[in-house]
Design a protein around this ligand. Structure first.
Ligand SMILES: Nc1ncnc2c1ncn2[C@@H]1O[C@H](COP(=O)(O)OP(=O)(O)OP(=O)(O)O)[C@@H](O)[C@H]1O
Length: 270
C-alpha cells in the first residue's frame, strides 16, 4: 500500500499535548553537531539556534550538509557527537523518528507525496488518521475539532475550491500546498521544508512565499532552498552552510555581501 512506501513520518494526531519549553525563545538548539559517512564529515561541529516562531532559510551549495542536518533533527540519521534539543527539555538525539514527529516536528521532502487517487479532503483526513490505515481512516468519523482543523487548513493552503478534486489532478504547486496542509493538520511546532518551490511556476512560487510567511509566528519554519529570489522574498534570517558548518548568518543582504559566501557559494554575480 502506498502509505507504507512513504518516505516520511506523519506527525500523527492532534491535539498536541507536548510541552516545549521555549522560555528562552529558542525552539531548536544544535550544538557541536558532527556526522561522518565513512570518515567524510558531512556535518562538522555545526552550531545553530532557531527561535520559536521564526522563518529561517538554510542555503548552501550541493553537499553542504543541509539534508544531513534535517535527517539528524528528525531522527533519520544518527550523529557522531553534539547535541540537538527541541526547546529546553526534549533531547532529540535520544528519540526515535516517530517520537520526534509526535513531538510536533513535521518534515516535507522536496517531492510531493500526496495520495493521488484520493480527494484533497481525504488527504487531509488521512493525515489526521494515518495510524488507522487508509480505509479505516476514511470511514472513521472525525471529531468536531478535527473537522474544524481541516477547514482551517484548507483555508490556509487555499484549496477550498479543490476540496473534492482528486489530488492527482492538482497542479504541482497545489500538491505541494496540500502536503504542507497534511503536515499542518497535526499542528506541528516546527516545520522543516525542503526546496518547496522547485518546479513551481512564478505564480505558485509567489503564493508559496505568502503561505510560508503566514505560517511563521504560529509555527517555526525552516526552509532549505536554492532559489535565491524566493529566499530573498521570505527570509528574515538566512543561514549559509558550507562543508558541514555554518559559514555565515544574517539578513539576506548581509549574507549576499559576505565575502566568504560570495567566494564559496553565490559567486561574483550575486
Ligand atoms: N548516507 C550517506 N552516505 C555517504 N555520504 C553521504 C550520505 N548522505 C550524505 N552524504 C554526503 O554528505 C555530504 C552532505 O550531503 P547533504 O545531502 O547533507 O548535502 P546538501 O547540502 O543537502 O546537498 P543538496 O543541496 O545537494 O541536497 C555530501 O558530500 C554527501 O555526498
Amino acid at each position: 500500500m502506498s502509505i507504507l512506501q512513504r518516505d516520511q513520518v506523519w506527525p500523527f494526531l492532534v491535539p498536541r499535548e507536548v510541552k516545549v519549553d521555549v522560555s528562552h525563545q529558542v525552539i531548536l538548539y544544535i550544538e557541536d553537531l558532527s556526522v561522518s559517512f565513512d570518515g567524510f564529515k558531512a556535518l562538522n561541529n555545526l552550531n545553530l539556534y532557531i527561535n520559536d516562531g521564526e522563518l529561517r532559510c538554510l542555503i548552501g551549495a550541493n553537499g553542504a550538509g543541509k539534508t544531513t542536518l534535517m535527517d539528524v533533527i528528525t531522527g533519520k540519521t544518527r550523529c557522531d557527537s553534539g547535541s540537538v534539543w527541541f526547546g529546553q527539555t526534549h533531547n532529540l538525539l535520544e528519540k526515535r523518528e516517530a517520537d520526534i514527529a509526535r513531538l510536533g516536528i513535521g518534515r516535507k521532502f522536496q517531492k510531493p507525496t500526496v495520495f493521488e487517487a484520493h480527494t484533497v479532503l481525504d488527504n487531509l483526513e488521512l493525515a489526521l488518521n494515518t495510524h488507522k490505515g487508509i480505509l479505516p481512516a476514511l470511514v472513521a468519523r472525525l471529531s468536531a475539532g478535527q473537522r474544524e482543523r481541516i477547514d482551517e487548513v484548507m483555508e490556509i493552503i487555499g484549496l477550498q475550491q479543490q476540496r473534492h478534486m482528486l489530488a492527482g489532478a492538482l497542479s504541482h504547486g497545489q500538491k505541494q500546498w496540500l502536503e504542507i496542509g497534511m503536515l499542518l493538520a497535526a499542528e506541528p511546532r516546527l516545520l522543516l521544508i525542503d526546496e518547496p518551490v522547485a518546479g513551481m511556476t512564478a505564480q505558485e512560487t509567489e503564493r508559496t512565499a505568502e503561505l510560508l510567511t503566514s505560517l511563521a509566528g504560529h509555527h517555526t519554519v525552516v526552509v532549505v532552498e536554492h532559489d535565491m529570489e524566493f529566499v530573498r522574498s521570505i527570509a528574515r534570517t538566512v543561514t549559509v552552510l558550507h562543508q558541514g558548518s555554518v559559514l555565515a548568518e544574517g539578513s539576506m543582504d548581509e549574507v549576499q555581501n559576505n565575502r566568504d559566501v560570495i567566494d564559496v557559494y553565490l559567486g561574483e554575480s550575486a
